[in-house]
Design a protein around this ligand. Structure first.
Ligand code: HEM
Length: 108
């Protein structure tokens, strides 16, 4: 259903900005049956409150603290491998380089 073109515009296209257009549309509480990233009903993900708080924080820390690069000669490949959960066909190797000025900021 997350790939239904009747619901999503170009569903297979990686387009995260689609979620910025009208944030009120992206209700993931399990009541909008066109969008269920955390599932629904009695088995809905109990980690939603933690994920909401931590995900942006972790991502922002990684982006703030490091410059990220692909290995030399590699292009970003977002193709997928089908399975019980969807995986990347080619695992991502991302190389971090320190960008904060003081080394102790990484250790304390
Ligand atoms: C962006 C982050 C996350 C996503 C997208 C996600 C997604 C999901 C999904 C789709 C399910 C299956 C729901 C269903 O069967 O209807 C699930 C179940 C579950 N999630 Fe998450 N989850 C996330 C983060 C977390 C976190 C941070 C925790 C715990 C700290 C967590 C703990 C669990 C547990 C224990 C279940 C099993 C619930 C059950 O079967 O009763 N998840 N999650």
């Amino acid at each position: 259903m997350h790939r239904d073109p009747q619901v999503w515009d170009n569903p297979s296209e990686f387009k995260p900005e689609r979620f910025l257009i009208d944030p009120s549309r992206w209700d993931y509480s399990g009541n909008n049956f066109q969008y269920l990233p955390f599932g629904s009903g009695r088995r809905i993900c109990p980690g939603i409150p933690l994920a909401e708080r931590m995900l942006v924080y972790v991502l922002a820390s990684l982006l703030h603290s490091f410059e990220w690069q692909l290995p030399k000669g590699n292009d970003l490949d977002l193709s997928e491998k089908f399975g019980i959960v969807l995986k990347k066909k080619i695992p991502l190797i991302a190389i971090p380089a320190r960008r904060l000025s003081r080394l102790e900021l990484y250790t304390k």
